[in-house]
Design a binder for this molecule. Sequence first.
Ligand SMILES: Cc1ncc(C[n+]2csc(CCOP(=O)(O)OP(=O)(O)O)c2C)c(N)n1
Length: 334
Amino acid sequence: MKANLWALQREFQSESPVTTDAGRDHHLALLRGMLCIRRFEEKAAELYSLGSIRGFLHLYIGEEAVAVGAMQALTPQDRIVATYREHGQALARGIPAASLMSEMFGKANGCSRGHGGSMHIFDVSRRFYGGYAIVGGGLPIAVGLALADRMQNNAGAITACFFGDGAVAEGEFHESLNLAALWKLPVLFLCENNFYAMGTALHRHQAQTDIALKAQGQGVPAASADGMDVLAVEAAARKAAAYVRQGLGPFLLELRTYRYRAKKEIAEWQERDPISNFEARLREQGALSDADVETLEKSVQDELAEAVRQAEAGPWEPVEDLTRDVYTQEAGAR
Ligand SMILES: Cc1ncc(C[n+]2csc(CCOP(=O)(O)OP(=O)(O)O)c2C)c(N)n1
């Protein structure tokens, strides 16, 4: 059994991840998805500096291909657990920008009624279970959700768990992978390796920097893909999700990406920017014109302008709701 798992892993790694046979509409949807995240984050940074958004704000600029590509492999029945840098996953999952922006303003019309803010985006109707400020905190939650699906016979549903390379330093990472493998639970672990735990380089906090190898140590097959290439992410995520869906147990996909930070590195990584590169590729194929780009930009700008309008106009939570969701309410009290 194990031998087959490692063979699957090699197959992932030797794959040349360039294209899928998806049509032009699909490609434009991927591009729009990434563009929407980029523009949303730029807007959020601006509104943060104006004081409209307070608390913490962790942006996803540069990593858009990971959220958008991976989300293609998931169905509405699947569950998603993310980190504190989760605006991208939330938008890619279909949480409306207005609901997200209102949450970041702390307004009652936000998806977590303004109680969560940027790091605690939650939307049960879309099976989006956070948003965790605790590094690695989402992994055991994901394993628990997958166990619940197993116990409730929700065959075919999988739980996708996004986490950063910083989380592999946590005991929870090893404990979660071990239990998921031991009980063959349907968890798709998605490691967004941007090579930094916020500001600490991977090689400065890990003796073993090969994350796929760490997964193997816990009996979880793993593979790596180019997280700057949305089609490569989609292809790898589809394959990994199909494996997990068969009931063979968890799989870990490491997506190598970059969040723009150090000046020297920014220049190098910007050449691999997931949006401008994908745009250039579609243009080369004659699948994208200037007019298309203008239309996409305009539709994203309109959507975000409306999101900000709703966030600004949204009501504050009434004082009476201060303890709501803190203590159990009596039945019918809501
Ligand atoms: C359990 C825990 N320890 C420490 C922290 C402080 N902390 C906040 S972000 C961070 C690094 C996280 O790195 P990574 O998961 O790679 O995410 P990135 O910021 O690179 O997206 C740390 C250690 C925390 N939030 N939770």
